[in-house]
Design a protein around this ligand. Structure first.
Ligand code: SF4
Length: 329
């Protein structure tokens, strides 16, 4: 294992000052980073442990809810405000990982987790994301779990986070703090498409730290749902997932929020599908039309064409479920 030094940060500005040094990584729960250090994919010179920073709470705000970056996945999923007003977030978290992992893993770390592409994790293979310019064996190789939306000639890896899919559907804002102060980034802009630089996965700059995620309250958030389809019933990453929210008025869609997971190189907002639903009453035909719109630009590879139909069916079922919930409420 690559040798590294370890230090604990006891205040936020001290942590940010340490992050400016080359080869420095932040560690919170460590559930992804430690794995990658063990296999030699991550080789930090220094780890800054931020677990002592006062960023572990979930707080109601005037606009909605603020989830601080060190809140654990389990605590967020259990918070009454999340269960009652943002069920899609609670469901995404509970479907993400085992209870042990949920107790360890932080919200900030969840947004920063790296892809599950097996070539990325195996140094016997080249990988543009791990070593820019070396190639992408997944494009012509084993690509069953890979992306069908947002891909490039350099990388077709999916983003692995369930939580990020739910947050994209709800128009969450990521709060960052760095040497020049705080800035707010809509989560839809936080993760980057691979393009020609798949090694750049987020807009986080050197020296910046995720301090919180803010989620606005809305009727669509309150009537929302997360549906995840995977190879086994638990502790598995999504083949396909759908995060949906609907605001209905006498059966007519006033507002729809849709994001897909397991199919995109980043958490995938499906604006075209939302437009199809706007002002319509919910029925099989309109749900099918929305699903077609969501996958219209899909570019499947040799082993993952099944994801196109699977994603459509997953989205239709998720929307049907939340529509029925809305009608009852
Ligand atoms: Fe690497 Fe991306 Fe290709 Fe996987 S899909 S091998 S992460 S470049």
């Amino acid at each position: 294992m690559h040798p590294f030094s370890y230090a604990q940060a006891d205040h936020i500005d001290g942590a940010i000052a340490s992050l400016g040094a080359s080869g420095t990584k932040v560690i919170a729960g460590g559930t992804n980073l430690i794995d990658l250090i063990r296999v030699g994919v991550e080789t930090p010179n220094q780890l800054i442990d931020i677990n002592q920073l006062p960023l572990a709470t979930v707080e109601e705000t005037a606009q909605g809810v603020r989830i601080n970056a060190l809140a654990r996945m389990s605590a967020v999923a259990d918070a009454a405000i999340i269960r009652d007003r943002y069920p899609v977030i609670a469901q995404a978290l509970l479907n993400s990982a085992s209870p042990q992992l949920r107790n360890m893993a932080s919200i900030g770390g969840n947004l920063m987790q790296r892809t599950r592409c097996s070539y990325f994790r195996d140094q016997a293979f080249p990988c543009n994301k791990r070593e820019p310019g070396t190639g992408c064996p997944a494009i012509e190789g084993e690509n069953r779990i890979h992306a069908i939306l947002g891909t490039s000639r350099q990388c077709i890896a999916t983003h692995p986070s369930d939580l990020a899919v739910a947050l994209v559907a709800l128009d969450a804002i990521v709060q960052l703090r760095g040497p020049d102060g705080e800035r707010s980034v809509p989560i839809a802009n936080f993760h980057l498409l691979p393009g020609d630089t798949p090694e750049q996965e987020t807009v986080l700059q050197p020296g910046e730290l995720i301090v919180a995620v803010e989620v606005p309250a809305s009727h669509t958030a309150a009537r929302s749902h997360y549906l995840k389809v995977r190879d086994r019933a638990s502790y598995e990453f999504a083949l396909v997932s759908a995060a949906v929210g609907l605001e209905l008025n006498q059966g007519i869609v006033r507002s729809a929020r849709i994001a897909l997971g397991g199919v995109g190189t980043k958490p995938w907002r499906a604006h075209q599908a939302e437009t199809v639903l706007q002002g319509q009453s919910i029925n099989d035909e309109i749900l099918t039309a929305a699903a077609e719109a969501a996958l219209q630009r899909a570019l499947p590879r040799q082993h993952n064409a099944f994801k196109v139909e699977l994603a459509k069916r997953t989205l239709v079922r998720a929307l049907s479920t939340v529509a029925q919930t809305g009608e009852r409420a």
